[in-house]
Design a protein around this ligand. Structure first.
Ligand code: UDX
Length: 456
């Protein structure tokens, strides 16, 4: 690690899918010599923590909620959350400015636009860091600009939506918040408000890479000071996770990863196992969980299922025990996903298409079976299937339900079908492109170097 060049503050939105990519970028900046502090909005005060390996100091600021409130209460009440964190952030930055190494910049999640105003008013260089892809964020941008009108009813209007740099999108391909007026009104406001004050930002970063979203990136180039710095997958797979990452995990994901799954995988033939995981938030209906389990059983492939405790009771009775007894499958509450995806035995990934999972699969060359549920996931799935051609999307009925025949058919196609072979080849190509982007001299690495130079 070189001599410290400048001090940057990271301020992630307090959801695991948003915190992880912030930490990963923080590690990269630290390796390149910047001093990095991570600010977590929480209702629990923790003493600042310093990691010697990466010079990342972790601080908590108060989010205005009480310990007895549900961890997701802050997500359900954005006005209260924003107002409280803006106050705490103002205090925190003001104190930091009096320290021996005052911060130069704040890298914030645009889900919290008030952070931009706070830091700007306190004289910092302010950087918006989109941890979700442009695919979804730009649609929110067009809604904010009034150039796209969200229909009143998702089933009412069959017209395809057109956005610069995108293929035509059906209602089914749009981020869930852009499908129907009035659904999730509070979260809708959060995603659209990302752009409300973005013009004040000095720089915009995104966890993507130029070669992945080239048309969209080209369109963005003319409009915004954008740098794509992803994928921020650890460089062991491209680096090690900070062992303390788990201290900042929320909800079920606080669980220690079950490393024993790796020895179970070690005994399986190459590309023979179906990996199933739906991230940190998605909760399938009980009917859909059972159907998915039956589909996997029907395919006859071995499987590893990362199934959070809160979801486990939705599996068919006896499913876990039978798989264990016959050694055909393993259900674990939390796995080291990157190690799993990097394992030779994994043949495909049945996923909700969260952006981190999508990028991780892409970096590790694993084709996908997409079962998107909400937020950016349907749009990610559209690109997975029709643009990048690295997987299939499971078809659903009007209610969003996927039958076991459909799921099983998609898994078999990706594992062994002719189309599956093409998908595997395509994802291998993206694996190379992703590694090139983040390796020394690659497009994302150059963007990071330019940013580091500005902080020196
Ligand atoms: C949320 C939204 O749901 C998603 O759509 C958005 O793109 C990002 O924020 P989440 O549901 O948590 O994300 O999914 P995802 O983005 O895929 O992130 C899940 C993370 O948890 C991944 O980094 C994955 O590696 C990790 N994980 C998951 C584990 O480490 N172990 C597990 O067992 C399961």
């Amino acid at each position: 690690m070189g001599e410290a060049k400048g001090h940057v503050l990271f301020f992630p939105y307090p959801l695991q899918g948003h915190i992880n990519p912030m930490i990963q970028l923080g590690k990269r900046l630290s390796k390149k010599g910047l001093t990095v502090s991570l600010i977590i909005a929480s209702n629990i005060h923790r003493e600042p923590y310093t990691s010697e390996d990466y010079s990342i100091t972790v601080h908590t600021i108060h989010d205005g909620f009480f310990p007895h409130e549900h961890p997701h209460a802050k997500i359900k009440d954005p006005p209260r959350f924003n107002e409280s964190t803006a106050r705490s952030l103002t205090d925190f930055i003001s104190r930091q400015k009096l320290s021996s190494n005052p911060p130069k910049a704040l890298i914030y999640d645009p889900f919290m636009p008030s952070a931009l105003d706070v830091a700007k008013d306190l004289g910092l260089y302010v950087v918006a860091y989109f941890t979700q892809p442009w695919l979804a964020s730009l649609i929110y941008y067009h809604i904010n600009e009034g150039t796209y009108d969200v229909p009143d009813d998702r089933h009412e209007d069959p017209i395809l939506a057109s956005f610069p740099g995108f293929p035509l999108l059906s209602q089914n391909d749009l981020p869930s918040f852009a499908c129907e007026k009035g659904s999730y009104p509070l979260i809708f406001k959060v995603v659209v408000s990302q752009f409300s004050n973005l013009r004040r930002a000095d720089c915009i970063l995104c966890n993507t890479f130029d070669q992945l979203e080239p048309k969209v990136v080209k369109w963005m180039d003319g409009q915004w000071p954008v740098k794509n710095i992803g994928p921020v997958v650890p460089s062991k797979f491209l680096d090690n996770r900070l062992p303390e990452d788990k201290d900042y995990e929320l909800g079920d994901s606080k669980t220690e990863p079950d490393e024993s799954v790796l020895s179970w995988l070690a005994n399986k033939p190459a590309k023979s196992v179906v990996y199933v995981a739906f991230g940190t938030l998605v909760a399938l209906s009980e009917k859909q969980m059972k159907e998915t389990a039956m589909a996997i059983k029907q395919t006859g492939y071995s499987f590893l299922w990362s199934c959070r405790d809160s979801e486990r009771s939705k599996l068919p009775s006896g499913f876990v025990e039978e798989a264990l007894e016959k050694d055909t499958g393993l259900v674990a509450k939390w796995v080291p996903q990157l190690e799993v995806l990097a394992h030779d035995s994994i043949g495909c990934f049945v996923t909700h298409c969260g952006w981190n999972s999508t990028l991780e699969a892409l970096c590790l060359g694993v084709p996908l079976v997409g079962m998107p549920q909400w937020t950016d996931q349907p749009t990610n799935a559209k690109f997975i299937e029709d643009v990048w051609k690295i997987g299939v999307r499971v078809k659903t009925d009007e209610e969003g339900f996927a039958s076991k025949e459909e799921i099983a058919g998609c898994i078999s196609e990706v594992m062994e079908g002719e189309k599956g072979k093409v998908m595997r080849k395509n994802v291998e190509n993206f694996k190379v492109l992703a590694r090139e982007a983040i390796s020394e001299g690659g497009s994302s690495d150059k963007s990071i170097d330019e940013f580091v130079a500005m902080m020196t």
